[in-house]
Design a binder for this molecule. Structure first.
Ligand code: AMP
Length: 396
C-alpha cells in the first residue's frame, strides 16, 4: 500500500509518498509560494528533480498538482491516485483531546479549529491542508499525527505551570511539548539498539528549533518545550526559557506591544540575538573560529542550557541509559555534540571523539566511548516515515 504524507504550512505543502511494503519514500516534493507565485519541486528516487512554476491559488490547487505529478506517465511513480491507501497529515498541535494519532472526521476538525487560539501559527495551515486533501481525495482516510501527542504520558506535575490553576482551566495554559514525532522515532531507534524495555533515554532534537525530551520505556516523562515551542533551550532565533519578568520589563522600557514582544523573542533572539551574526549554527561556529566573541558566547550559552536540561532529566528519571542527538545540528555537528558531552562523565556520558567527529551524516551512529555507562547515538530523524507508519497501522 502507498501512504501519502502531507505537511501543510501557511504558503507551502510538503509531501512524501511511501511504499509501505518496502518502507521507502518513492517520491517527495514541495509546493511553495501558495497564494503568491507558486512553484513546485518534485523528486523521485534515482531520477532528476522536476522544478516548475505553478498556478497555486490555494492548498487545494497544490494537492491537485501533487496528485497529477504522482500519476503522470513521465514524472509519476503510480499509475492511478487510487493506489494511495490513506493520507497522513503532520499537525503540530493536538491540544488536550487528540492524544494519539487519529482519523480526522468532522468532530476532530471542529476540535482543531477550537484550539487555533493556542496554535495560531501552525493551526490554520494544517486545517486548510487537511480540508483541501479531503476534498480532493474524499474516498480515503485522512489521519492526523500530532507533534504534541507523544507527551500525553507526561504527568501533571511536569505539565501544569505554577501559576493560578484557574488560568489552566480557563485557557488551557499548560505545557504541551512539540517535536514529539521526531523524539518518538529516534527514541524507538535507540531502544532497539539498547534492547531494554524500560530504557531511560534523553533525546536532543537540535535544529533551527530545538527541544529535549526524557522518556522511560518509549514514553515521554518530560520535555523542554511548553505551552508553545518558545520554552526550553535557546534556538536559531528563539530565546528559549528566560525569567518572565524580563519580558514585562522590556515591554515597559521599549514600549513594545505583546505582538512585538513575541516577535522579539521568536525571531530576533537565540543564536541570532546573542551573536548578531546568524541564526544558523554553521555561520555562528565559523564566526567563532574567526575570533568573534559574541558568536562564541552564543554557542557557550546554547551548550550551557542543553547540559543543564540533560542533568535535570537524569535527576528526574534517576538514571540514564542513552543520550540521542538528532535534527540539523544534532545529526551533523560533531563539534556541538562534543561540547555538550564534555564534562558529563559524572553522569556516565562519555563519547569517542574519533567516531563522533568523523561519523557520516544521515546514518545511525553510536558514538559511545568504550566503557562508558551511558550509550550515546547520532540518529537521523524521519518524522514523515513515522507519520506514514501511524497512518498505515490506524487504517489497517
Ligand atoms: P533543522 O531545523 O533540523 O533543519 O536544522 C537546522 C540547523 O542545523 C541550522 O542551525 C544548521 O546550521 C544546522 N546544520 C545543518 N546541517 C549542518 C551541518 N552539516 N553541520 C552543522 N550544522 C548543520
Amino acid at each position: 500500500m502507498k501512504i501519502l504524507v502531507v505537511n501543510a504550512g501557511s504558503s507551502s505543502l510538503k509531501y512524501q509518498l511511501f511504499d509501505m511494503d518496502s518502507g521507502a519514500a518513492i517520491a517527495k516534493g514541495l509546493c511553495e509560494r501558495i497564494g503568491i507565485d507558486g512553484a513546485v519541486t518534485h523528486k523521485r528516487l534515482g531520477k532528476e528533480d522536476y522544478k516548475a512554476k505553478a498556478d497555486l491559488k490555494d492548498h487545494k490547487a497544490a494537492i491537485e498538482l501533487v496528485l497529477h505529478l504522482l500519476c503522470d506517465p513521465q514524472l509519476g511513480v503510480i499509475s492511478d491516485a487510487h493506489e494511495i491507501g490513506a493520507v497522513g497529515h503532520r499537525v503540530a498541535h493536538g491540544g488536550e483531546r487528540l492524544r494519539t494519532s487519529s482519523v480526522i472526521g468532522e468532530e476532530e476538525l471542529r476540535y482543531l479549529e477550537s484550539i487555533v487560539e493556542i496554535n495560531p501559527l501552525h493551526g490554520p495551515p494544517a486545517i486548510s491542508g487537511i480540508k483541501a486533501c479531503q476534498s480532493v481525495m474524499p474516498n480515503v482516510k485522512h489521519v492526523g499525527v500530532f507533534d504534541t501527542s507523544y507527551y500525553s504520558t507526561v504527568e501533571e506535575r511536569a505539565y501544569i505551570y505554577p501559576i493560578p490553576y484557574e488560568l489552566y482551566e480557563r485557557y488551557k495554559i499548560r505545557r504541551y511539548g512539540f517535536h514529539g514525532t521526531s523524539h518518538r522515532f529516534v527514541c524507538a531507534k535507540a531502544m532497539e539498539a539498547l534492547g531494554k524495555k524500560d530504557a531511560k533515554v534523553i533525546t536532543c532534537h537540535l535544529g533551527n528549533g530545538s527541544s529535549i525530551t526524557a522518556s522511560i520505556g518509549g514514553k515521554a516523562v518530560d520535555t523542554s518545550m511548553g505551552f508553545t515551542p518558545q520554552e526550553g533551550v535557546p534556538m536559531g532565533t528563539r530565546s528559549g526559557s528566560i525569567d518572565p519578568t524580563v519580558v514585562t520589563y522590556i515591554m515597559k522600557k521599549e514600549g513594545l506591544s505583546p505582538d512585538e514582544m513575541e516577535k522579539l523573542l521568536n525571531s530576533s533572539s537565540g543564536l541570532l540575538g546573542v551573536s548578531g551574526v546568524s541564526s544558523d549554527c554553521r555561520d555562528v561556529l565559523e564566526a567563532q573560529d574567526k575570533g568573534d566573541k559574541r558568536s562564541k558566547l552564543a554557542m557557550d550559552i546554547l551548550v550551557h542550557y542543553i547540559k543543564k536540561i540533560i542533568g535535570s532529566y537524569v535527576a528526574e528519571m534517576n538514571g540514564l541509559d542513552a543520550l540521542v542527538f538528532t535534527a540539523g545540528i544534532g545529526e551533523n555537528d560533531g563539534i556541538v555534540r562534543d561540547l555538550i558531552c564534555s564534562d558529563l562523565s559524572y553522569l556516565g556520558i562519555e563519547i569517542d571523539n574519533e567516531i563522533n567527529l568523523t561519523c557520516k551524516r544521515g546514518t545511525f551512529t553510536e558514538i559511545t566511548k568504550k566503557g562508558s555507562r551511558v550509550r550515546t547515538f547520532a540518529i537521523p530523524t524521519n518524522e514523515e516515515y513515522m507519520i506514514a507508519l501511524d497512518t498505515y497501522s490506524l487504517i489497517k
